[in-house]
Design a protein around this ligand. Structure first.
Ligand code: FAD
Ligand code: MG
Ligand code: MG
Length: 325
């Protein structure tokens, strides 16, 4: 129960799409479990369409048929792939959903993670090119032009799913909620007392609960991509999971994390990864050029840069960091 507003907060969590999920809904009375069941079931459905670890998923079908045949997909997957290609264009291939071969090769986040050989990297790179993902809008098909190509929607799908969960919660009649899909945080409405939500921005060097500061948000998404999320250490060197599709290696540009504030979480998810690969200068300029999108950049040396819209909503709380003007 929220002491200030007398509203009941009902929360449930789950572990799906390889990540920890928590949904909190503010309401007059406790939200029935069946409504949460519906939400988790919807996430399950998306996982079954998108996961490349599930052999029957639409994405697996597309990958299996690379170089062979177009695959008819559902409208959700078609739309998601269309958006993925769009961010490939925006970033001139810095973001590339056909990065599957490289992701599989490094295996970051799985037990077999290791530094590949140079020739393995070159081989994987030769398969990556979002321009070789061919969409047919009339037939709703996706065709990967070259054999060995594969899609990985890990950089964009959580945001898409979060947006769908928000719609579902609103359809269930709720105006006030927080959705957290493994760090993709989406706020529905504002708090019942009309205050904005306070969302902590993760300290990339700290533990799970450590933050660098607080963002005050309403009806907004905040998505972070960082070097701390998935990585492994080999010969004393850290390798994280945001890969540069040009070099074949984890992107090293002194960024530790990028957080994107946007209305739609799918935009935030795609952009957090895209902008990470672009780096501070190009990424900052790009985000400033967009309406209603803002970004926070946390650098290895502890400096934090925020685009203009963050000035009124972000406050630094961690004195290991310093906020640049
Ligand atoms: P983001 O920055 O949003 O994305 C980084 C991820 O995108 C990388 O892990 C890589 O997969 C990919 N990527 C890396 N570089 C680029 C680039 N330049 N351009 C485009 N993409 C890039 N994890 C598990 O451990 N087990 C599971 O069973 C599992 N199932 C999943 C099922 C679904 C449907 C989804 C959406 C995710 C699943 N995941 C699973 C998590 C997934 O593997 C990614 O780790 C996760 O989506 C990364 O999200 P992020 O927010 O940490 O990083
Ligand atoms: Mg993310
Ligand atoms: Mg992302």
């Amino acid at each position: 129960k929220d002491s200030k507003t007398n509203r009941v907060i009902t929360s449930q969590d789950s572990f799906q799409i390889g990540t920890y999920i928590k949904i909190s809904i503010y309401s007059d009375k406790e939200v029935p479990a069946i409504q949460f069941d519906r939400i988790f079931e919807e996430i399950d459905q998306f996982e079954k369409l998108i996961s490349k670890n599930i052999t029957t998923s639409e994405v697996s079908m597309i990958n299996e048929n690379a170089g062979k045949a177009p695959v008819k997909v559902s409208s959700d997957i078609f739309e998601l792939i269309q958006m993925g290609i769009q961010y490939g264009e925006i970033s001139s291939g810095g973001f590339d959903i056909s990065i599957g071969p490289l992701v599989d090769l490094w295996g970051i986040g799985s037990e077999g993670a290791h530094v590949p050989t140079e020739s393995e990297i070159q081989e994987a790179l030769s398969k990556i090119d979002y321009r070789n993902i061919l969409l047919n809008e009339t037939d709703q098909t996706v065709f990967l032009k070259e054999e060995g190509m594969s899609l990985d929607l890990g950089a964009i799908a959580k945001g898409y799913i979060a947006d769908q969960v928000k719609t579902l919660i609103q359809e269930e009649g709720h105006q006030s909620a927080i959705i957290n899909l493994g760090g993709n945080v989406l706020t529905v409405g504002h708090k019942p007392n009309s205050e904005a939500w306070s969302i902590g921005v993760r300290d990339p060097k700290g533990e799970n609960k450590d933050i660098v500061g607080i963002l005050k948000l309403q009806d907004n998404s905040i998505v972070s991509s960082g070097t701390y999320e998935r990585f492994f250490v080999e010969d004393g060197k850290r390798y994280h999971h945001i890969l540069n599709p040009k070099t074949g290696y984890p992107e090293e540009n002194h960024l530790q994390s990028v957080s994107i504030i946007s209305e739609k979480s799918v935009v935030g998810d795609a952009l957090s990864t895209t902008v990470f690969v672009m780096g501070l200068q190009a990424g900052y300029a790009y985000v400033e050029s967009l309406d209603q999108v803002d970004a926070l950049f946390i650098m290895e040396d502890g400096s934090i840069y925020g685009t203009s819209g963050t000035k009124s909503v972000f406050s630094l709380t961690n004195n290991n960091y310093n906020l640049k003007e």
